[in-house]
Ligand binder design. Structure first.
Ligand code: SD4
Length: 330
């Protein structure tokens, strides 16, 4: 029996773990090509958190070659996962307080299918494992050792994710062991990416090593569908970077997509998303959150708590780093 069939079958027969209606709602079959819902005049576009030139260029390359949005976001964020100079994503990500690099990632497609891995270790490309969870199992989230074991079964190789640089920084950190969040890109370079392909279909991906020196076992918003990422092909997509706990509390990305559904522009929706968070944190200034969103028309927007957050946009109009307005201005 093929592994894919085996996994699907074993999941479906695991009584008590998941009911059939839930499974049915998580996995939707692809619609035939060129049904009215997939016809759109929207032009391809790729956007991502922060100024990740190479990641959006990669996503654009996929889109330009008639690739689909799902491949574009996966391949786009993989660039950052492989870049050891990005110390908040993939290989070279900063470890938790025990010295272990633990990664979170998720991916979501035009049909609402999604996959996620949380607290996975020793794997350079968690986003691709998340895609395998989506495509090869009846589940959505795999965690820790189970996720790692699944990755090996899917052919992923074991990798040491700690680099000389992050090892040294960790040794330095241990001298005080102070846990404090840094506001901007020095500590927040999670990549969340959204893309629209030539069919007007939207997909998204988000990947991170989470907060540096976090408590072992901590999982942030980035791999949580609805929090760090959400896509609804009828409406648009949203993704987040920053202190994940605050994004989870408002289910931030889902909220932004729903606000767009109600008629707000991506810009207005991101502003409202940040304001909801600030309402729960009145007067608090010690954390950063950045949201970005795209709607079905290919309009984009972003908003953040503190100045400094930017997003990269790549379309036929060019490649630019967009400054984002913030809740606090100084
Ligand atoms: C988290 N949202 O784990 C992530 C952190 C982040 O850039 O965005 N870092 O909470």
């Amino acid at each position: 029996m093929q592994r894919r069939k085996f996994l699907k079958k074993s999941g479906l027969t695991t009584a008590g773990l998941m009911s059939a209606p839930v499974l049915a709602s998580c996995k939707t079959e692809n619609k035939p090509e060129n049904t009215p819902a997939t016809i759109s005049v929207t032009k391809p576009i790729a956007i991502c958190t922060w100024n990740f030139v190479n990641a959006t260029a990669k996503a654009w390359e996929v889109l330009e070659n008639d690739g689909n949005a799902l491949d574009a976001v996966e391949q786009g964020v993989m660039v950052e996962e492989a870049d050891v100079n990005n110390e908040t994503v993939g290989k070279g990500g900063r470890p938790d307080r025990d010295g272990n690099v633990t990664l979170d990632a998720c991916i979501m497609d035009k049909d609402g299918n999604c996959g996620s891995v949380v607290y996975i270790q020793n794997i350079e490309h968690p986003v691709s494992v998340a895609r395998k969870v989506m495509e090869e199992t009846p589940h959505i989230i795999l965690a820790g050792k189970g996720a790692e074991q699944f990755a090996y079964e899917q052919g992923f190789k074991k990798e040491d994710l700690l680099t000389e640089s992050t090892r040294k920084q960790y040794e330095e950190w241990k001298k005080t062991s102070k846990y404090e969040t840094t506001i901007n890109i020095e500590n927040h370079d999670t990549i969340g990416m959204l893309a629209i392909d030539k069919n007007g279909d939207i997909a998204g991906a988000c990947t991170t090593s989470g907060m540096a020196y976090k408590v072992a076992g901590r999982v942030g918003d980035s791999p949580i569908i609805g929090a760090g990422l959400y896509v609804d092909n009828e409406v648009g997509g949203a993704t987040a970077t920053g202190v994940g706990e605050e994004v989870i509390r408002t289910v931030g990305s889902f909220l932004i997509v729903e606000l767009m559904r109600q008629g707000k522009s991506p810009q207005e929706a991101c502003e409202e998303g940040v304001k909801r968070i600030m309402k729960k944190n009145e007067g608090r200034k010690d954390f950063q959150i950045g949201f970005l969103a795209v709607n079905k028309k290919g309009e984009t927007g972003g908003y953040c708590v503190h100045p400094g957050f930017t997003y990269r946009e790549y379309s036929e109009n060019g490649h630019e780093n967009r400054q984002v307005q913030s809740f606090y201005t100084g």
